[in-house]
Design a binder for this molecule. Sequence first.
Ligand code: GLA
Length: 413
Amino acid sequence: MNITTDQQAFDALKKLAAEAKIDVAGAKVRRSSSRFCLGVEHGDYNGTELFGVGTDRFIWMAYKPNGTSKMRLFSGNFTGDGVVEFELGHVPAPKSVEVADTWARFPLGVEYILRREGLTLTQGIDAVLIGNIPGGGMSRSASLSLNLILSVLDANGIAAPDMMQVVDLAQMVENDYIGSPCGKLDQIMIAFAKAGMGTHYKPADRSIDYVPLGAGAKDFRIVVMDTGTVRPGLEKSTYKVRRAECEELVIKAQHAGFDISCLADVRDPILFDNINAKFVKDAPHLVARMDYIYNAQKRFYQMMDAWKAGDIETVGRIFRQDGIGLRDDYAISGPELETMCDIVRTVPGVLGERMLGGGDKGAAGALVLADNADAVKQAVDTGYPRSRPAFADKYAVHTCKVVDGINLFENVF
Ligand code: GLA
């Protein structure tokens, strides 16, 4: 199903509701976006500042309280899982194998975490969902978790805690119930996203600033190149290994007397050189991870200045340098992701390109001058099926706009 407008999504939800015999008359619809990270990719669990935007690939969920203590949800993206039904207060234990392969783990996890955190639900909901966020790279799981949390709290008449706490709850659903070791980047960039703005997050005081793209910026597009590959959960990916490596280096450095609590603390060039000298012989791979974070963090501030100045070319150039660091030092990219990057790198008007998100598989992204977005799609359509025939009928190119993260529609049905 190719959904490109809210109205198409509403129509699809209506059909799904009829198919699943779920009553959505009078239901509200909550729309949650995807996200595009401009930096520092893999910086969230290393303690760096973050910058990103909401993008116009969404999950739409129609929901209303059903007057019982039973949850009933049907997803148009996972129709094979049927209607997910469960009693509030009766969900499988966290990380249960019985739910590991179904999307039901998200609503189950939301119920579990809200109860654990003292926001116990008493009112079941009837809900149907549909989404057009590709898996891997655009934060489909964070979008779903946020949407479910905000919607079930609303249906229960529980005032949502402040948005940063909702971010924490959504991360708990993934970390504690599902078992994915994700950070908070995705949740933050979706929960706070505003149309036309970049969201700047500072971990030191957990603050959010909005940064408009500076005047005089050339019109550009965010292009997401979904490789058609399927990425298993982060817990089964290189992601988990990289997180552990970064933590390992921090601990080793602390034992050697360096005063750091995360890799983002390595900002001073002398400190960087000293840690480098100490570990490069025995643990060159760990030092390479630090290299990426150190340089990407340095570039981050240049990128912020460029964004404010409307210098989108520099933003793109830094995006490209980050991509090379993610590929060579952080070693978190994947062959299909790099094929996409190699194809679009040669297209005039492409300012920068790199892998996106968790890594290994999923989607790569590019910053492209608006007039050249079609040329990027053509280049991928020509090159990618030749390089990766196994994915010739699975890949997709999405040209995205910068949008609000969370929207609520009432009086739709
Ligand atoms: C995934 C994780 C995020 C973040 C990114 C990499 O999307 O869910 O927490 O670490 O990878 O930047």
